[in-house]
Write a protein of this length. Sequence first.
Length: 575
Amino acid sequence: MKRDEPAFGIAATDVDPNENETNGRAYPRPPRDPAGLSRYVTIGARTPLSLEEVVAVARDAAQTQLSETAKQRMRHSHSLLQNKLRLGEPIYGVTTGFGGNAHYQIPPNGLCALQTNLLRFLKTGVGDYLPTEVVRASMLLRVNALALGWSCPRVDVATQLTNFLNHGVTPLVPKYGSVGASGDLIPSAYIASCLCGDGAVRYGGTVMTATEALTKCGLPPLELEPKEGLALVNGTTMMTALAVLAVHRVESAFRLALGAIAMAAEGMGSSADYYAERIQAAKGHPGQIAVAGILRSLLAGSLLTVRLEEIRNRVALTGRITFQSHIVERASESVQASYSLRCVPQGLGPMWESLRDTSRIVEREVNSVNDNPLIDPDSADVLHTGNFYGGHIARAMDGLKIDISTLANWLHSVVAMLMDSRFSNGLPNSLSPNVGLYQGFKGLQLCHTSLVTLLRQQSAPSSVHTLPTEQYNQDVVSLGTHAALTAFEMSATLRDAVAMTLLTTSQAVDLRKGAENLADGTKSIYRAIRRVSPFLEEDRPLDADIAAVSAFMECGSIATVDLYDANTQKHLRRN
């Protein structure tokens, strides 16, 4: 959202009033649970917080509550801090200055003011405001970190965060400012300030002061006690929030990209034999095996794909003519397809593995203690740590950016092949039913190329650009938030590129008159596309079609196969 724009400018009734906004576009609200009931996410219970629960709170306004176990841990942690303060023990950021000023000792009557001052001097962020879903995810992750019982704030601090989530109060947080080293200090300071009644928020469809929102919700402003400001800002919660949402969107895009590729194989009259189980088992990589299994599932029962034996027989007929005439003859088709159809398991299998590993890394960070300093709840030792350092998220998101651009490159090759009659097995140029007068998908292909080029430009690593800052205290920084923010924004661009690919493959299938002969797996995707975008008979603007399919993707309205279903996992264990 632009910083000088009103919070809401959308009249459509199916748009979430909590403003699920991405790259300036609002999308329909994702569906709730099948039972249609509001969900509760309990924080600090025995089970770790899952990525799905984070998404439910961030995007679908699931309610949150602190478990009693978490409250007990927090009370114990807070009591340890109080004991140390009574004994006059020096503790970084509690009785000392911050960062390079840590050698300055703060008198007891300045400890609370120190925490308030921390939030004030950190509010230097610039750029557009982060989307609501990102800020909500970040608030949830901060509660989760505090609930683990190492950071020492009162229960009231975590409760104020859950109150903001449950009432739909979202602080306005500028995009830029974090270097991802001492945690996401600058963006987190905007959230923490709003808890105290200082700053601006979105509430009930309107931008207002945090004080106004607190009054409307009947909530008192938080008054910070020793260490509480530091506990709210010192951690990896903003970069991790971005990472969760980026991974969630990329996993969805990857599933539908495989659906689009399967539909392209049908539109091209290609073969599913390239994805045979024995081929993949011979190489042994789990991602290759999994992607091939997904493609077989998508194409099962298709009447548009052909067996390789059939293709070889047709080519063999030309070969017999050549043998008899001693003249080289050109067959009308090749015995094997181009790489973008033939090598999908080998080319995109590594992304399957990387996405699985990235999800695990992000989920570990979601459930981590990422503050400094910490007090060990068992020994009561004060620990001076670097758990706020976002190295794992930075590395995972740099990898995700490569995965995004790799998938986009692959889809670009598929679209290019479908658009050119020399390579599309008889489909008309630009997929126009009336070539010449009507240009078909030519404009869409140009935009598709533009998006893929943009993704390639953005895929460079962020983590290698570290610079010393803050009096050489932060002499190396993770830039995890840079990496995660770029990956999050790239995931939205990828979604649009996949939407264009789905429109292209649906057009190819219709030009083959093959909709009724699609496999069940691809037919469900095709029908979802055709609900919002009819066959292109004559030239028309396609921007609304692209936006509609992209919106369907964003709210999970296009059903397809699970990347990590039980059958795939069982097969991988066998191999």
